[in-house]
Design a protein around this ligand. Structure first.
Ligand code: OSB
Ligand code: MG
Length: 375
């Protein structure tokens, strides 16, 4: 394909309810969209990517303004230089064309995503077809933030269960762990339940974390720090709840290390965190070959990232429900037609590319910054 134009569009989306994790409270999301205009054989298409970096570098080193800058100054120029030297541009070459930039996987993933969407649209193929996904729907789980009281969290969980969500994930941190889990088990019984600590504990907390074993959780997500693979392996010997890594799995190589060292028995795959959907697919394949279950994480995506995640979650190794909720779990107004959760599942999109695009009026209304980085 020929890349004609690349625009970076920053959007402001208020959350329907504050989302508190062990690292921050978010009341709005500022997604960074990458819009690629590309042509081939006389047809021109628009491809959309979404950068999942948060506003602050609190979940990972990347953050919104940094990602925008890296895309503008380094990643997009590198891809255009690749093209100018006569080499073909496809999603498959984006990682190679930008590999001299160290890190910044969320920014790279967003560019690759837009090129992938454009390429699939030029081919008239859906992402699910490209992946070989035949499932038409996938189970939908929901991530429940830290609340100010137990009755509050019970009300939230009860509401989501009434809506039909297939699995509940509770955010935990020291001081908000055993009691909310106990309360949810007592109130709602044997529902599929897991917890996410977002790195809030230390290995010396193993005796406390072992108390969670009594609640028959599906898994505990990222109890220890991002770099602590060895310590996660040590923790795994001290608790019965399966450990699932999120923040630590920044690449295919990190996934291979974590599996080899026994640091993880489940992997949360977030395409942005690992540099894009192509790397995400490779991690799925690797994990599957090792009998390690995977599920699709979320980063409060708009309908664009949500649609792509749902297709990815249709691969056979995704054996646990993902954080692929309906749009209304976070947003009163999504920028695309909303993803709808019904009866515990969300539908795998089947249109060309990721199968969704922003609604022009809504996008315009919510856009806070837009720049053509190829002008
Ligand atoms: O750790 O999974 C996480 C959101 C932002 C940053 C990190 C995480 C999360 C979530 C939300 O848990 C998942 C979602 O988008 O539904
Ligand atoms: Mg997590």
């Amino acid at each position: 394909m020929h890349i004609e134009r690349v625009e970076l569009i920053t959007v402001r989306m208020p959350l329907v309810h504050p989302f508190t994790t062990s690292f921050s409270t978010q009341t709005e999301r500022r997604p960074l969209l990458v819009r690629v205009t590309a042509s081939r054989d006389g047809s021109t298409v628009t491809g959309w990517g979404e950068c999942v970096a948060l506003a602050d570098p609190s979940y990972s080193p990347e953050y919104l303004d940094g990602a925008r800058e890296i895309l503008r100054r380094f990643l997009v120029p590198s891809l255009l230089a690749w093209q100018a030297s006569g080499r073909a541009v496809t999603a498959e070459v984006v990682a190679t064309a930008t590999e001299h930039v160290v890190g910044h996987r969320m920014a790279k993933g967003a560019l690759e995503m837009a090129v992938l969407d454009a390429g699939l649209r030029l081919d008239g193929r859906s992402f699910a077809t490209h992946l070989g996904v035949t499932r038409t729907e996938v189970p939908s789980g929901v991530s429940v933030g830290i609340e100010s009281s137990i009755p509050e969290v019970l009300a939230r969980v009860g509401g989501f269960l009434d809506e039909g969500y297939a699995r509940i994930k509770l955010k935990i941190q020291p001081g908000w762990d055993i009691e909310p889990v106990r309360a949810v088990r007592e109130e709602f019984g044997d529902v599929p339940l897991q917890v996410d600590a977002n790195t809030a504990y230390r290995l010396s907390d193993a005796p406390l974390l072992r108390r969670l074993d009594a609640f028959d959780l599906l898994l505990i997500e990222q109890p220890l720090a991002e770099d602590d693979l060895r310590q996660h392996a040590l923790l795994a010997r001290q608790i019965a709840t399966p450990i699932c890594l999120d923040e630590s799995i920044v690449s295919v190589e990190a996934a291979a290390d974590a599996i080899a060292w026994g640091a993880t028995s489940v992997i949360n795959i977030k395409p942005g965190r690992v540099g894009g959907y192509l790397a995400a697919r490779r991690i799925h394949d690797l994990a599957r070959a090792h009998g390690i279950a995977v599920w699709c994480g979320g980063m409060l995506e708009t309908g664009i990232g949500r649609a792509a995640n749902i297709a990815l979650a249709g691969l056979p190794g995704f054996t646990l429900p993902g954080d692929v909720s309906g749009s209304d779990r976070f947003y009163a107004q999504d920028i695309t037609d909303p993803v709808v959760m019904k009866d515990g599942v969300v539908a795998v999109p089947d249109g060309p590319g990721f199968g969704v695009e922003p609604i022009a009026d809504v996008l315009e209304e919510l856009t806070v910054d837009a720049v053509d980085v190829t002008a």
